[in-house]
Design a protein around this ligand. Structure first.
Ligand code: NAD
Length: 494
């Protein structure tokens, strides 16, 4: 199949989007490299503290008028944005593939999931409504109104460069707040393209801002006293640090962290349907998904285990690897050489600790003539024990660890040894088993005969233990609560 046309044809120099203007940063530039072709496609700045302050100032100046803009009028900007996103759907998706490496179909899925959040946020006139009760005492009524707070920051990870800021930003602005998005410094182009559409959609200057940079810029946003809250998605150590910092400085925070997800396969699972779902779970997005399967927990006798293993490895070894803009490809490269090196380290550790490698992704064959720098094939380990590093740590790459359990009880006990609690899935044909699993497992997102338990935009994106720090989650009704202050009014008229 032919390679789709690349939307980025020359090296882009990315600018910050502050107060409705694209402003060149005075900060140092670094290269953004297409992980498949290894060509430089953009240069992104590490913004200065002064630039962060300017963005915060612009957002705060925009806030009073934006707050007064009626929810319906605010939504009109979101409706225009939604139309523009649809018109630019394919270009947005191809940009994700170019800067991240994921396949074009994965990018299209990401674009769709991002747009769905804009759609849900357009329901704000209903979603933001308060509560009322008359006659709380004779002649006295009480009601609750939800008011926006001011300016929020959104600090995003590299693995979904388009979608993750859309878990927050549309709801922030729909509720009358202003937002500053800091994309991942590794793949910030998608947010720039999104910013161009935000600009075209007619949001007033300062309502939606974008500032580039890494940890330094994120810290400047966290320390700025004129920002009311932070939405963070990324690794657990940083999520913890951000949660702590926000507590110290009195900011609201949603901090979504890393993951190590278990997928339980019961011997009554329909393997014909389960195996394809597992391939997407373990190897989709090249394993760089916080909802990816990482540990397969197989419950069954030796005959079932053997059959499962055979089918899993057969399917994994057939995955076509290459440049994501080739529509025949099923798995792209890792997003960076550094990410690949990290995964290689885990593979070596797995071997060293006694797990048996039965499919070795280090010997990768790809379609097309591309440098192998970031490519890695699907890898499978068996004889993995729950105490091994590869079973405990987040690998964030295309590596499956197969663990055996004697029963559902033992499988749940193993899941509970993990410090993470992002997602857990079960494949079974028994409703009783599924219900037991859903009831007992301490993870925020549960899949039943689903390999990627990704909540839709109108449900919260949950997470427990070291995968989530905070109370209210992103997306859905919870994020509306997060972005608003509840004010209670008690009134009596003589
Ligand atoms: P990361 O933690 O390295 O970076 C995330 C963001 O934080 C980036 O914008 C980065 O610039 C910024 N940052 C880095 N160091 C910082 C610091 N010390 N203080 C403040 N900000 C800092 O994460 P990543 O590698 O970009 O993303 C992968 C991780 O994200 C994985 O652990 C994955 O599981 C997790 N993730 C979680 C979810 C979820 O919903 N729970 C979703 C997607 C990704």
């Amino acid at each position: 199949m032919a390679i789709l046309e690349e939307p980025i044809k020359e090296v882009l120099v990315l600018k910050n989007y502050i107060d409705g203007e694209w402003v060149e940063s005075e900060g140092e530039l670094h290269d953004i490299v297409n992980p498949a072709t290894r060509k430089v496609i953009a240069k992104a700045p590490s913004s200065t503290e002064k630039e962060v302050d300017e963005a915060v100032k612009a957002a705060n100046q925009a806030f009073p008028e934006w707050r007064k803009t009626t929810p319906l009028a605010r939504c009109r900007c979101l409706f225009r944005l939604k139309e523009l996103l649809e018109e630019n759907f394919e270009e947005l998706s191809r940009i994700q593939t170019m800067e991240h490496g994921k396949t074009i179909d994965e990018s299209r899925g990401e674009t769709r999931r991002g747009i769905e959040n804009v759609e849900v946020a357009t329901g704000i006139p209903s979603l933001m409504m308060g509560e009322t009760l008359e006659d709380i005492a004779t002649g006295i009524d009480e009601y609750l109104i939800r008011q926006p707070l001011g300016v929020f920051s959104c600090i995003a990870p590299f693995n979904f460069p388009f979608m993750v800021p859309l878990w927050f930003a549309p709801y922030a602005v729909a509720t009358g707040n202003c937002v500053i998005v800091k994309p991942s410094p590794r793949d910030p182009i998608s947010q720039v393209k999104l910013g161009e559409l935000v600009d075209e959609a007619g949001f007033p200057p300062g309502v939606w801002n974008i500032i580039h940079g890494g940890g330094e810029v994120a810290r400047a946003l966290l320390e700025n006293k004129d920002i009311k809250g932070a939405c963070f998605v990324g690794s657990t150590p940083v999520a913890k640090e951000i949660y702590k910092k926000c507590g110290e400085v009195g900011k609201r925070v949603i901090a979504q962290g890393g993951a190590k997800n278990f997928i339980v396969i019961m011997s009554d699972a329909d393997l014909e349907k389960t195996i394809p779902a597992l391939m997407t779970s373990f190897y989709g997005n090249t394993g760089q998904r916080c909802l990816s399967g990482a540990n397969a927990l197989v419950v069954g006798d030796d005959a079932f285990y053997k059959k499962f293993l055979q089918e899993f490895v057969d399917a994994a070894s057939k995955i076509k690897i290459g440049y994501g803009l080739d529509e025949g490809i099923q798995m792209g490269p890792m997003q960076s050489e550094e990410g690949k090196r990290r995964v290689l380290g885990f593979i070596e550790k797995g071997i060293e600790e006694g797990a048996k490698i039965i499919l070795d992704g280090r010997k990768v064959e790809i379609k097309g003539n591309y440098p192998l720098d970031c490519f890695l094939g699907p890898t499978v380990f068996e004889n993995v024990k729950p105490y091994m590093t590869i079973a405990k740590e987040e690998i964030f790459g295309p590596v499956a660890s197969i663990i055996r359990a004697k029963s559902l009880d033992e499988a749940i006990d193993i899941i509970h040894t993990s410090r993470y609690g992002n997602a857990a899935c079960i494949f079974t044909s028994s409703g009783k088993t599924a219900r037991e699993f859903q009831y007992r497992v301490q993870c925020g997102n549960i899949g039943i005969n689903i390999g990627i338990a990704a909540p839709m935009a109108f449900f919260p994106f949950s997470g427990m233990k070291d995968s989530f720090f905070g109370i209210l989650h992103g997306q859905g009704k919870e994020v509306i609560r997060f972005f608003t202050e509840s004010k209670v009014v008690i009134q009596r008229w003589w």
